[in-house]
Design a protein around this ligand. Structure first.
Ligand SMILES: Nc1ncnc2c1ncn2[C@@H]1O[C@H](COP(=O)(O)OP(=O)(O)OP(=O)(O)O)[C@@H](O)[C@H]1O
Length: 435
């Protein structure tokens, strides 16, 4: 939450004029932002740019266009030059505040822009940036600002999201990459044409760090491959978002990501200890930048995160504005193979004397179909054989809505109609039940 000192509600920061009980005009001075949180009781709000220029995390607002922000939305409209905004509806928090952090983010972008220009001249690779920090410090927001600014200048950076809990590219339980060709839509987010998505299956990397690290390596190879074949992507660089798990093995996962993607810039957000540790542990050619978090970044409760995950899955099947119509059909048990990745380790006491226990974390384990699978999310793998599964990306997701053991039939909720062409399915420890 913003501190009282930077929450200059309508005094220095700009004027607030109430035109009616639920319509308010805000006049923002340069380098100020209008922050808002839309809670359940309040319903949605709309924001219109009446005059001046403004942006939502790097995406420019079009004048006179009405932007709707639904329940759960948290964000800020920032202006470099000053602007007038009209807000309709009752959000539980709307206030204006100075946002010096935005100038730091803009400086970082300017530095990356220079690196891209140099890379273009020398026919080299553009900057690869890893953004790390604890939860709720604005990592995803900074990624969005950086890729949006880059896209506004005509670059096409690759955004990689390694955050399996709150993934911006695909549903929870995955890691994804997306080539950004235009700034994110203010209401609908990134243009999700052709993302590259890998199945992880859990909402926290701690559930299986060996598998998580191997996926990060596979993703880095895929990004290298894409960069090799697309010079503009290569020059535009890569922006990598990470999970907020920074302690113990979480820190090792971040180090692994830094080395797998061969980063040049590490941005540590709001964590001095992490910054100091990385200074010791990261090679000298990596430039480390420490950035404080913006006063506007909102702390999100576990409940809010669970709801956000639910909404992400719902949006996948039904669309952000409810414009998609998924299909429901039956599939025979015998036509699909369901696997999960990772098996529990056998206790040493169960092994013959002197035998070293195997690392089962990368093992593909066949799953017996039973009623307990109902409501589980499954990834549909492009893999043709079992051996390829771990290194292969997924085509999409389905949900098991019913298991009929007598008739040996699964009922699936699927974005596509029958026939169901996928036979290798990967089980997520994530469920979805329509409410
Ligand atoms: N300047 C701002 N004003 C208002 N809200 C903001 C601002 N910056 C970020 N937020 C909001 O704060 C929340 C947390 O930000 P963000 O998701 O970027 O953090 P994070 O570090 O990536 O979190 P996590 O690692 O836990 O996923 C988001 O809902 C985001 O929209």
């Amino acid at each position: 939450m913003a501190t009282a000192s930077d929450a200059n509600t309508s005094t220095n920061s700009g004027e607030l004029t109430e035109t009616s009980s639920n319509k308010k005009m805000y006049t923002l001075l340069p380098e100020y932002e209008l922050r808002f949180e839309v809670d359940k009781a309040a319903g949605s709000i709309t924001i219109e740019l009446v005059s001046g220029t403004a942006e939502f995390f790097g995406s420019e607002l079009v004048k006179k266009k009405i932007y709707k922000f639904s329940v759960g939305a948290k964000g800020a409209i920032f202006t470099y030059e000053g602007c007038e905004l009209c807000v309709c509806g009752e959000a539980n928090e709307v206030y204006t505040a100075n946002s010096p952090m935005m100038m730091m983010y803009a400086n970082l972008h300017a530095g990356l822009d220079q690196m891209r220009k140099k890379a273009e001249e020398s026919m080299n690779r553009g900057p690869r940036v890893l953004i790390v920090g604890p939860t709720d410090v604005g990592k995803s927001t900074l990624c969005k600002i950086l890729v949006n600014y880059a896209a506004r200048l005509g670059w096409t950076p690759i955004l990689v999201d390694l955050d399996v809990g709150q993934n911006e590219i695909s549903i929870p339980g995955t890691v994804g990459a997306l080539c950004i060709t235009r700034p994110a839509d203010i209401q609908n987010g990134y243009d999700l044409d052709n993302p590259l998505v890998f199945h992880f299956g859990h909402k926290a990397p701690s559930e299986n760090t060996s598998y998580y690290n191997s996926l990060v390596s596979v993703m880095a190879e895929a990004v290298n491959y894409r960069s090799e074949f697309n010079n503009h992507c290569n020059i535009s660089g890569v922006i990598i978002n990470t999970c907020g798990w920074v302690k113990g093995s979480g820190y090792d996962c971040l180090k692994h990501a830094a080395s797998a993607f061969e980063i040049e810039i590490l941005v540590v957000m709001d964590h001095e200890l992490l910054y100091t540790k990385f200074q010791k542990d990261i090679p000298d050619f990596v430039k480390i930048v420490m950035l404080p978090k913006s006063g506007g970044v909102v702390e999100r409760s576990q409940n809010f995160r669970t709801n956000k995950r639910y909404t992400k899955i719902k949006n996948y099947f039904y669309g952000v504005s409810g414009n998609l119509y998924p299909h429901t059909f039956e599939v025979r048990f015998q036509d699909v193979e369901i696997y999960k990745i990772g098996a529990p380790k056998l206790p040493d006491s169960m092994l013959p004397l002197g035998m070293i226990p195997e690392d089962n974390n990368m093992k593909l384990v066949p799953v017996t179909i039973s009623g307990s699978l109902e409501h589980h999310v499954l990834s549909t793998s492009y893999a043709i054989s079992k051996e390829e599964v771990i290194r292969t990306n997924v085509s999409g997701f389905v949900i098991i809505t019913k298991v009929d053991t007598e008739r040996q039939l699964l009922t699936l909720l699927s974005p596509g109609p029958r026939p169901f062409p996928w036979n290798i399915l990967l089980l997520m420890e994530i469920t979805f039940m329509e409410t």
